[in-house]
Write a protein that binds this ligand. Structure first.
Ligand SMILES: C[S@@+](CC[C@H](N)C(=O)[O-])C[C@H]1O[C@@H](n2cnc3c(N)ncnc32)[C@H](O)[C@@H]1O
Length: 279
């Protein structure tokens, strides 16, 4: 049994990038009234208590949401849209809780939309079910999210956003994500896909990028936020690889990721915004 539990990491700098990008994608895709399908392949439990023992262990949220929470007079859209939902989730002026990707999607999606949430860990799954109950749009599954990508696609709505956010506890995941996304894209080439990756070992990420460049898939962008230069001491950076991003997203990221980076990174932090494969 794998032991990863996102409660230890909730609200860290990697969550800030992942959730702020995901919110921009969802906001864009819900502008059209046609139904949208949302697939979360690695959903987690949907809600986290920052005052609880897991988050308190290493206080990772202090590298992320804590640095943004107070806000500033004029936030760029990437930050203000993100903060809007984190503040809504907290309902008070004190930061005590942090939402997961399923909760964020649940808020932004409309009555005509549908959500499929996959989580394999028994305890996390139980919490997810509890947190997402009483919403007829949502179906939760306690099975492998990689397989879900293939069994659920193409969706009947013919419009979809697939978030793939593995824990990379199994090193094979770095290869699996590419294999699965290639197959998924073959089944549903119009979908928007976002893959989160951690930079713990830069070599693995260089390999991952190469695999996407050679995948035959068009229109892939990469956004990365590093709070420090690469080092051998754990995750210092993380990124999102987005296939078929909203056409507006590259410009938003080029203008606003530098601002987000200044707000949460250390002095040797950095960011990347790249069109990895052309349209
Ligand atoms: C990074 S966390 C997800 C966080 C969540 N997406 C969010 O942003 O709030 C990864 C989750 O994937 C689960 N997991 C690991 N392998 C899985 C698999 N093959 N299929 C589905 N879930 C899996 C873990 O138990 C963990 O809860």
């Amino acid at each position: 049994m794998l032991s990863y539990q996102h409660g230890y990491h909730a609200g860290n700098f990697a969550d800030v990038l992942k959730h702020s990008v995901s919110i921009q994608i969802l906001n864009y895709l819900t502008q059209k009234s046609k139904p949208l399908f949302y697939l979360d392949t690695h959903a987690g439990c949907g809600a986290f208590r920052l005052t609880g023992p897991q988050a308190q262990k290493n206080k990772e949220y202090e590298t992320g949401i804590s640095r943004l929470w107070q806000g500033s007079a004029q936030e760029p859209t990437l930050i203000s849209d993100y903060l809007h939902w984190i503040k809504t989730f907290n309902q008070t002026t004190t930061l005590t809780h942090y939402p997961g990707s399923p909760w964020l999607a649940q808020q932004i999606l409309r009555p005509q939309d549908r959500l499929a949430l996959y989580e394999r860990h028994p305890r996390e799954y139980q919490r997810l079910q509890q947190n997402m109950r009483n919403d007829a749009r949502i179906k939760t599954y306690q099975t492998d999210g990689f397989q879900a990508c293939l069994s659920q696609l193409p969706p009947r709505e013919k419009r979809g956003y697939i978030l793939m956010d593995p824990s990379y506890e199994v090193k094979q995941d770095y290869q699996t994500v590419v294999e699965v996304l290639k197959k998924a894209h073959r089944k549903f080439s119009q979908g928007t896909y976002a893959l989160w990756y951690p930079v713990v070992d830069r070599f693995r990420i260089n390999q991952l990028e190469k695999a996407f460049i050679l995948s035959g898939i068009q229109n892939i962008q990469l956004y990365e936020l590093g709070i420090k230069q690469d080092s051998a001491q754990g995750m210092t950076s993380s990124g999102m690889i987005v296939i078929n991003p909203p056409w507006t997203l590259l410009k938003t990221m080029k203008t606003e990721l530098p601002i987000l980076s200044r707000r949460i990174s250390d002095s040797d932090g950095f960011f990347r915004v790249e069109q990895l494969v052309a349209e």
